[in-house]
Design a protein around this ligand. Structure first.
Ligand code: ACO
Length: 431
């Protein structure tokens, strides 16, 4: 960490404590409170980590007020337009855009690892067919540590690298298998002549009885969806991966923890919840009823795909996703899709409504992604697994960054205890 740029003072009970202030490359300054407990015997209280930086990171930067997302300094809009998912994976993992040779080598390395251990097929067959694919993925990705013993040593840089490549390569295979299992179709092996996104579509939609040709429009749209979900600095699932990894847990276990966290409807599960909500609204004339419900605190209803902890302006990913939804549905000749019409009108009305304007609630990345995935033929239960595939590179890049840090410590927050004071045990006969 660079030297502090200035010192803040904390006055408490007549004493003064120095808090070094550090200035990042971009974003707000941070107060360094690491010595505060030792010197002043107080903790800081910040549930939800709304004001807490838990690590140093050089991977992704978000300016929530400007609605800006940068990966290694490059704006997401430029990457989404000009780059590809695997090139972005390289950038996130290694810090710079690859040369043509480096990219070809990276693509070849990932492609070689797309198959999973054959014994994993039996493992899949232990699940109920009606299990949610995310439930299956948490289990199977966690079980990778039982199949790939030669990449579990977190202190060996080469093993860390192999684990990273394995996860980027195998997550699409695992997600596709979870899908095939849930619909009672045979697993489809990866086809390494296809692109990363095209191969995923092939593993999901090919069947042995018919030839399947990947539609290049859909493969491109899938690649873009993957790019838009690749990393998002210290969000809940990434922080979960870092926390799990801080204890020295193996990378497969850490990513399984990230997948479990992602599943929640406030996080990655929102794309499924959002499309289900748009379908439930069904037609433009019912939108006011749902807007009113979202504003009523007693209803417990929130407009899914709206709002974000960090963005208090348009989520830049949502803008690209909206444009992509228009393009894909147009190219497929289904631009009059009623769900897309409801989404656009809902967005228009919400962005003019005082409640949403004053709380700075804008559409997030999940608002339009489900419409594209639906048009591709995915059931809503596959939306979050696709998010998990895409985010794996972000999780693993952040995990590698953390493991590579000098003086890396186990993550261990403290608490504001509000329970009973010390008291003596009372025998059951006297309670
Ligand atoms: N609909 C209606 N009201 C909302 C919504 C929403 N989608 N989101 C936030 N609000 C309101 C809250 O009720 C709260 O109002 P109050 O200040 O009067 O109490 C205020 O806006 C702030 O909301 P918080 O929940 O405090 O904001 P927080 O930063 O903790 O939550 C979150 C962010 C979880 C994303 C929230 O906006 C939400 O639940 N959105 C819907 C789910 C969703 O789309 N999640 C995907 C996030 S993106 C991602 O993970 C990829």
């Amino acid at each position: 960490m660079a030297e502090p740029t200035r010192i803040a003072k904390l006055e408490l009970d007549g004493k003064s404590y120095d808090l070094p202030v550090h200035s990042p490359t971009l974003g707000p300054d941070v107060l360094d409170i690491r010595k505060l407990y030792g010197e002043a015997d107080v903790f800081t209280f910040d549930p939800g980590f709304t004001s807490t930086a838990a690590c140093e990171s050089a991977i992704t930067f978000i300016d929530g007020d400007l609605g800006e997302l940068l990966h290694r300094g490059y704006p997401i809009e430029q990457l989404a337009e000009k780059s590809s998912y695997l090139e972005l994976c390289f950038l996130l993992l290694y810090g710079e855009l690859p040369t043509a040779g480096q990219l070809a080598d990276f693509e070849a390395r990932v492609t070689k690892h797309t198959m999973v251990h054959e014994q994993m097929h039996n493992f899949f067959r232990g699940f109920r067919r009606d299990a949610h694919p995310m439930a299956t993925m948490v289990g199977v990705v966690g079980a990778m540590s039982a199949f790939y013993h030669d990449s579990l040593d977190i202190n060996d840089a080469w093993q860390r690298e192999v684990a990273a490549i394995r996860m980027i390569a195998k997550l699409p295979t695992i997600a596709a298998m979870a899908y095939k299992y849930s619909v009672g179709q045979p697993f489809v092996y990866p086809k390494n002549s296809l692109s990363y996104a095209g191969n995923f579509l092939h593993m999901c939609f090919a069947v042995p009885a018919e030839d399947y040709v990947v539609n290049p429009i859909l493969a491109k749209a899938m690649d873009r969806i993957m790019m838009l979900h690749a990393d998002h600095e210290q969000n809940a699932s990434t922080s979960t991966v870092r926390l799990a990894g801080s204890s020295g847990a193996n990378p497969f276990a850490c990513i399984a923890a990230g997948i479990a966290c992602l599943w929640g409807p406030a996080h990655g599960g929102a794309n499924q919840a959002c499309l289900e909500m748009l379908r439930e609204i069904g037609s433009v004339d019912r939108i006011p009823e749902y807007i009113a419900k979202a504003k009523d605190k007693n209803s417990g209803f929130r407009l899914m795909g709206f709002g974000h902890r960090v963005y208090k302006n348009f989520d830049p990913r949502a803008k690209v996703m909206k444009q992509s939804a228009d393009e894909v549905l147009g190219l497929l000749g289904i631009e009059n899709n009623p769900t897309l019409q409801v989404a656009k009108e809902l967005e228009r009305i919400a962005l003019e409504d005082d409640y949403f304007v004053s709380k700075k609630l804008y559409p997030n990345v999940d608002f339009y992604s489900g419409i594209i995935l639906d048009a591709m033929g995915f059931p809503t239960s596959m939306f979050t697994p696709i998010f998990a595939i895409s985010r794996t590179v972000g999780w693993i890049s952040q995990w590698k960054e953390m493991i590579g840090e000098k003086n890396q410590k186990i993550g261990r927050p403290r608490q504001l205890y509000v329970g009973a004071p010390k008291r003596d045990y009372v025998d059951v006969r006297h309670r």
